[in-house]
Design a protein around this ligand. Structure first.
Ligand SMILES: NC(=O)c1ccc[n+]([C@@H]2O[C@H](COP(=O)([O-])OP(=O)(O)OC[C@H]3O[C@@H](n4cnc5c(N)ncnc54)[C@H](OP(=O)(O)O)[C@@H]3O)[C@@H](O)[C@H]2O)c1
Length: 348
């Protein structure tokens, strides 16, 4: 038996509530490391906190592919770790593995069928990247741009990204640049984030939505209008962007985080004015879900890995230490405390 720390969901914030760290609790339990055929014993290295988890805090997630977290049970999500004992023929001791169903525990017995083995070389040794640039957020950025963005090299397009300094946004903007957009303008929540977008990630400009008028800043930085909009946030920011889009433009409907603490369906309804603009200007706005493109994930990861290893994509991360801080890290990410991907380091 081993003493294991785990995070359980203590309470739900309510569909219209703001999540707080106290919604979670850290327990210590005794876990047996005895394995059945097919199982492995894993040590957790890094855990991910992601916006979709806000829906899992509700008793009904609103999405058929997402189950709610259960009260007083161990929470799960994206994780990466190392196999310490194995009764699974395909996973040997020392293998680095990842899963979308990783329990928020320091150590776990897991069924091998829930795990994918990771080549640490692919992440240039940075195993936390498996939860960010070289995982679900990176694939969301790449496939979102490629499947819904209609970026055409040489056609002088302007791309705008909201939530631009976050896990998906920071990669999406860099891909927009690599794929040939002439201008890539990011919207995010602080001057420091704006500066990082420009000086470190090669964005054309950054706009702090908490300061000044977004529409006039967009007009200044997008003199030829907006052709492609990678939308992570929705709400008033997206209304402002869409109103300045060119006819025939494309919205990549990735996420609507500004609306996640409201009891609304997904995607949340648009204002009449924005709907009219989309219609009148023949702008596409198709919902994008990364899990609908599983067959493109392997190739996508190879592309992302190449860009990261050759320095064409720069990866930003905010790393917090310790399983005790999972709830804090989640709430901080939901309110913009992160730059790049928010991860929690559980062990070395
Ligand atoms: N479609 C898919 O398959 C898919 C997959 C993954 C993620 N997503 C979506 O992509 C979006 C980004 O996810 P992520 O994992 O990359 O998270 P993230 O951007 O790393 O973190 C969330 C960010 O949202 C911003 N934010 C929070 N509240 C806001 C508000 N009211 N208005 C504007 N910005 C706000 C904060 O940055 P600021 O400092 O800029 O406010 C925060 O850092 C989310 O909407 C998520 O649901 C979709």
């Amino acid at each position: 038996m081993l003493n294991v720390k785990r995070v359980v969901l203590r309470s739900r914030p309510g569909k219209n509530g703001i999540p707080v760290p106290e919604n979670f609790r850290v327990d210590e339990v005794l876990e047996s490391s005895e394995l059945k055929e097919g199982q492995v014993f894993v040590r957790t290295l890094f855990l991910s906190v992601d916006p979709y988890m806000r829906c899992r805090m509700n008793d009904d997630t609103g999405a058929e592919y997402l189950l709610p977290w259960r009260l007083e049970e161990c929470v799960d999500g994206g994780g990466v770790g190392v196999v310490e004992a194995s009764k699974n023929q395909s996973l040997s001791v020392g293998a680095v593995v990842t899963s979308f169903k990783w329990p928020w525990q320091t150590y776990s017995v897991m069924d091998g069928s829930l795990l994918q083995e990771v080549d640490p070389e692919m992440a240039d040794g940075h195993l936390s990247y498996v939860l960010g640039a070289l995982g679900m957020p990176g694939l969301t950025a790449l496939l979102g741009v490629r499947e819904k963005g209609h970026v055409t090299p040489g056609s002088h397009q302007t791309m705008v990204i909201s939530g631009a300094a976050g896990a998906c946004g920071s990669i999406a903007g860099q891909i927009g640049r690599l794929d040939g957009c002439e201008r890539v303008v990011g919207i995010c929540g602080s001057d420091q984030k704006c500066q990082t977008l420009v000086t470190e990630l090669g964005f054309t400009a950054g706009i702090n939505y908490k300061k000044g008028d977004i529409s006039s800043a967009l007009r200044e930085h997008c003199p030829a209008g907006i052709d492609v909009y990678f939308d992570n946030v929705g709400g008033a920011i997206s209304d402002a962007v869409i109103s300045l889009m060119n006819p025939g433009g494309h919205v990549i409907l990735c996420g609507q985080i500004s609306q996640y603490n409201k009891d609304l369906p997904y995607p949340p309804p648009l204002s009449e004015e924005t709907q009219e603009t989309l219609h009148r200007k023949n702008i596409t706005r198709e919902r994008f879900v990364v899990l609908n493109y599983m067959e493109k994930h392997a190739e996508g990861l190879t592309q992302l890995s190449h860009w990261v290893k050759t320095g064409q994509i720069k990866v930003l991360e905010t790393v917090v230490n310790g399983i005790e801080n999972m709830g804090e890290a989640f709430c901080s990410m939901m309110t913009g405390g992160n730059i790049g991907k928010q991860v929690v380091k559980i062990s070395d």
